[in-house]
Design a protein around this ligand. Structure first.
Ligand SMILES: [Zn+2]
Length: 428
């Protein structure tokens, strides 16, 4: 006789299989909605999500600091008492150069669309898990909260960060599950710190043939950025011993390389520097009056980000430049226990559903899970392949989309299983 949980989980799986074409249609409609950030206006995408929630009759409300960037928050309580799981996904997407992405066309089993990878597939998985499990709440224990936010791609000031400032008790929960792109062959457990800053240099300018009259700001910025690149880019970071042991294990390196591109396993342990913008000058024969560069540095957990900031600040002064940190987009590293309960639940469900393992790896970008992880709340990511995100060919395979949607429902069902409440139990 299968137990109650096995029955519930197979019912959820069967429900998703039975509604497969409707789910794919929903995803394609979601992908056709332009919710590009910047400017980050997600009203139409939020309307779409609310229409799904209303159709299922689940509770939700809208919370917004800026009316163009609404956040949807909902909660329901299961029949039994127990822990509180929070689902988190974002509505905003990268800008496009390829307008065809707004058609969400299907070719060779893949849906091409902006947000297919980052992260409308994952967000839809959260929304559907919230709706499907609501119908089964009599068989579950604890509470499920849905947070569908705006502004993730510009740091979360109007999105998840705002929710934590405005209603922390409602959205903290005991655990967070998020559908950002991750690749189903990995379990993301740590994210690097970010240091985002500008470097600027000024001069009175002048004729290019009179370099003895004025310094050249472009030359100063070029020398300074080259020095920062030489000192920090790909420098091996000082990681906590337990994290380093995971990141150097052959299974983790192989999983990172396979899911995030060859080299990702190595990059995970290194500081990376990106020189994103350099602007200055008007004419080849003129000494420019100013030059500004914008850089972003990613620093693995355990390294002293503030020390790096101070070092760059003094390097800037030595080069006749000024450093300005963009604190809205600079944040500390974060991690969650890769062997904790939800990590185990996800890994077990991936094994069962896909027949493959998902070893712990480091993310290379940032996600809103950091807001939970900083508070010591476990936060686990399960989403489609990140390889096409933000590109002109962004896509998700239909099989992967269905798998992500199933995994969210199944992992939430496990976490809210009445038999699991109380003492944390090993994964099934
Ligand atoms: Zn994202």
């Amino acid at each position: 006789m299968p137990d109650a949980k096995t029955t519930l989980k197979s019912e959820l799986s069967e429900l998703i299989d039975a509604n497969r074409s409707e789910i794919i249609d929903l995803l394609r409609r979601f992908l056709r909605i332009r919710s590009v950030n910047p400017p980050g206006d997600t009203r139409e995408a939020a309307d779409f999500v609310r229409s799904i929630l209303d159709r299922f009759g689940v509770p939700h409300r809208t919370v917004a600091l800026d009316e163009t960037m609404p956040n949807i928050v909902g909660r329901w309580d299961a029949a039994g008492s127990g822990r509180h799981l929070v689902l988190n996904g974002h509505l905003d997407v990268f800008p496009v150069t390829n307008e065809a992405l707004w058609s969400a066309d299907v070719r060779d089993g893949k849906i091409y669309g902006r947000g297919a990878s980052d992260m409308k597939t994952g967000t839809l998985a959260s929304v559907l898990a919230y709706c499907y499990l609501y119908q089964k709440r009599q068989q579950l224990a604890g509470a499920l909260t849905l947070t569908v936010v705006s502004d993730e791609q510009s740091g979360g000031r109007f999105g998840t960060r705002y929710l934590f400032e405005h209603m922390p008790d409602e959205i903290s929960g005991d655990c967070c599950l998020n559908g950002e792109p991750s690749g189903l062959g990995t379990l993301r457990f740590t994210e690097k710190a970010t240091l985002r800053f500008s470097l600027s240099s000024r001069s009175k300018g002048g004729h290019g043939g009179y370099p003895h009259h004025a310094p050249n700001p472009i030359e100063r910025i070029c020398k300074l950025t080259a020095r920062i690149y030489a000192d920090y880019h790909l420098k091996l970071a000082t990681l906590p011993a337990d994290v380093d042991a995971i990141l150097t294990s052959p299974e983790t390196i192989a999983a990172a390389d396979a899911n995030l591109g060859t080299g990702a396993g190595d990059i995970a342990r290194r500081i990376t520097v990106n020189i994103g913008i350099i602007k200055g000058g008007q004419k080849a024969t003129q000494i420019p009056t100013d030059c500004i560069a914008h850089l972003d540095i990613r620093i693995p957990i355990g390294s002293d980000r503030d020390a790096i900031q101070r070092q760059i600040d003094s390097l800037a002064a030595e080069h006749g430049c000024e450093m300005r940190v963009n604190w809205d987009h600079s944040y500390p590293a974060s991690m969650t226990d890769p062997f904790g309960e939800m990590a185990g639940i996800l890994r077990a469900n991936i094994r069962q559903l896909l027949g493959s393992d998902a070893p712990p790896v480091s993310s290379l970008g940032g996600t809103d899970t950091r807001y939970w992880r900083w508070r010591g709340i476990p936060a686990v990511i399960c989403g489609p392949s990140p390889l096409s995100m933000g590109t002109d060919e962004e896509h998700v395979t239909i099989e992967e989309a269905i798998a992500v949607i199933k995994l969210h429902a199944l992992c939430a069902a496990d976490y809210l299983d009445p038999a699991r409440q109380g003492e944390a139990q090993p994964p099934a």
